[in-house]
Design a protein around this ligand. Sequence first.
Ligand SMILES: C[S@@+](CC[C@H](N)C(=O)[O-])C[C@H]1O[C@@H](n2cnc3c(N)ncnc32)[C@H](O)[C@@H]1O
Length: 333
Amino acid sequence: MGKPSLPESEMAEGPHAPVLLEEVLAALSPIAGSRIVDGTFGAGGYSRALLQAGAEVIGIDRDPTVRPHADALKAEFADRFTFLEGTFSDLDMLAEGQGPVDAVVLDIGVSSMQIDEADRGFSFMRDGPLDMRMSRSGESAADLVNGLDWEELANLLYAFGEERKSRRIAQFIVAARLDGPIVTTLQLARIVEKAIGRKPGDAHPATRTFQALRIAVNGEFDQLVEGLFAAERLLGEDGRLAVVSFHSLEDRIVKRFFDPDKGGPAQSRHLPQTVEEPKRWRQVAKAIKAGQAELARNPRSRSAVLRSAVRTAIAARPLRLDGLGVPGVRGAA
Ligand SMILES: C[S@@+](CC[C@H](N)C(=O)[O-])C[C@H]1O[C@@H](n2cnc3c(N)ncnc32)[C@H](O)[C@@H]1O
């Protein structure tokens, strides 16, 4: 069987419009010869722009279906581009042996390809298997929906989806399971709608439930925290890190990571409270959001927030969760 390849219409632009591209480029300042890790390769929109600016790029993605996009960049930019399948939580290990890295970028939403393809199971608008696994392996959303007990489900929906009606939705899910397993996206979307109703003009009632399941299935908060600390270890002095996130729970983690004075993990337990721990990040930029022109062109940019900073010479911190505001799920798997 031949390798899947891209339709011609997708070769130039890609099926995923990169968000905040100009702002990301400004934060990373790629120059000829700089080496940059794109930890969320997707359709390669950032990677392409960085390569066009003369940088060398190491693209990482956990989703094996992005491979044709990587092959297209490899064909065009040859040795300046390397693709590695894996998770960005391991980005320092993945980039080992590739030489010093000047910058890292993470764009941690779901790609348009993942959302638009019904059989990936990410969308409550498209009927497909209740899957949501970016890497196509491990536990699926259906496994969680059918396997967790009532309380575990309610806690998961509350913590990861900020769903205030989590307990009622969990009750309806558990009741629906008595008729057989819930296996499709629309089946689940209808159960949630039955549980909490639908008001005209409001977001679809299943929005938060789907977000929570996606975060749980892909371990997204753990990935984000581990990826941030991995970038801190990988980057030397003056190295740049830019992170685009898509909801407030993620943005809070990134903000506190860069600026521990806002509640982050820098303060060591072994130092007296009055001693300020040295900073690992400087030039911590204010949050940047999409402007009117981008919003008009690409509605998916509406919840994107970019944060970036530059690494100091201080040795990286050991990974610590406290102070980052990572939501936890009590009693869930
Ligand atoms: C929003 S898309 C990135 C789009 C990309 N910036 C572009 O311009 O085409 C996010 C991508 O990151 C990947 N991804 C999400 N979490 C990941 C993780 N923990 N490790 C590696 N890849 C991840 C997803 O599979 C998806 O392809």
